[in-house]
Design a binder for this molecule. Structure first.
Ligand code: UDH
Length: 288
């Protein structure tokens, strides 16, 4: 009897019909402002179907994508709570199977967004067989749920604009910051992010060049779909503008295969399955 009860709880997913190409319950543009509060994004309904570690699968159909959301993170708890609630609501409407991974950099090291993304990729891949990895800044909330967090034949830059930039656009035409998505094959092909960008700036440019050198191009969603709200913040003390990033992005080609997700040396101080997300605490290996 016990066994039967268990079987009922975990339906055989492969027996479910494939979810529709167009998720039927999308709402389009949402009313989100940079001043949005946790209360406004909290949606109890979306939390009910989560399994430990902030994971979800649609109950009545087989998702078209299994997406790992990777959030490079340190010391922005207020923003983290807001984005995680927002994502659970939106990604469930998108009928994705997904997990949220919050990858935190241990002090005292300067923040390193690329290294955290790589550590998140490696860990999420050990946990489940995701078909898409989306690296999403903690301050950037999607405004339109038609911006589906699915991957494609080419890597995707999901952001066509953000309230943090002039005219809700992007700061320059080759900009690839904020939110990007890669299949595991694409991510491995570019060898992920560089691990060398400590402090703010450059790692997203470096990744853009890797994409290019690997014979791929970034795709973007429709302009209207790819808009984001940025939760306001200043510059963090442990994420000062990197003095070396300009020099580094000039020699991507010589580093690409030696410096990336395959060669990353990090220390995983913690891996915890919280209710709303899987939390990793990452440090840099000192003896390398
Ligand atoms: N991040 C953290 N904690 C940090 C630093 C960075 O969580 O201490 C993560 C977070 O996901 C963030 C991302 O890294 O969204 C990118 O860093 P950022 O948001 O600091 O970069 P941004 O370009 O801001 O948004 C740079 C500081 C500009 C201050 C200008 C004030 N008007």
């Amino acid at each position: 009897d016990n066994l039967i009860a268990k079987t009922k709880l975990t339906p055989n997913r492969s027996a479910l019909p494939l979810c529709p190409e167009q998720p039927p319950h999308l709402v389009g543009k949402m009313n989100i402002k940079p001043s949005i509060t946790l209360q406004e994004v909290t949606n109890e309904e979306s939390l009910r179907n989560l399994t430990y570690g902030g994971r979800y699968a649609p109950p009545d159909c087989q998702a078209r994508e299994r997406t790992a959301i990777i959030i490079p993170y340190r010391d922005r708890k207020e923003h983290l709570d807001i984005i995680v609630h927002h994502l659970h609501t939106v990604l469930q409407r998108q009928q994705l199977e997904y997990g949220i991974y919050v990858v935190e950099m241990a002090l005292p090291t300067q923040f390193n967004r690329g290294l955290l993304a790589n550590a998140g990729f490696r860990t999420a891949r050990e946990i489940s067989s995701y078909t898409c990895y989306v690296i999403n800044d903690v301050d950037s909330l999607m405004i339109d749920d038609r911006n589906l967090y699915r991957c494609g034949r080419q890597p995707i830059h999901f952001m066509t604009g953000s309230t943090k930039y002039k005219n809700n656009g992007i700061p320059y035409s080759g900009f690839h910051g904020g939110v990007v998505g890669f299949t595991p094959q694409q991510y491995l092909k570019v060898n992920g992010f560089s691990n060398l960008f400590f402090g703010w700036g450059g790692e997203d440019e470096d990744l853009g060049i890797r994409v290019q050198y690997s014979g791929m191009i970034y795709m973007r969603p429709y302009d209207e779909f790819g808009k984001y709200v940025a939760l306001p913040h200043g510059r963090d003390a442990s994420n000062q503008e990197s003095p070396n990033s300009g020099k580094l992005v000039r020699n991507v080609q010589v580093r690409q295969m030696e410096d990336g997700v395959e060669t990353i040396t990090f220390k995983r101080f913690a891996l915890e399955y919280h209710q709303l997300y899987t939390w990793l605490l990452i440090g840099v290996k000192e003896d390398e």
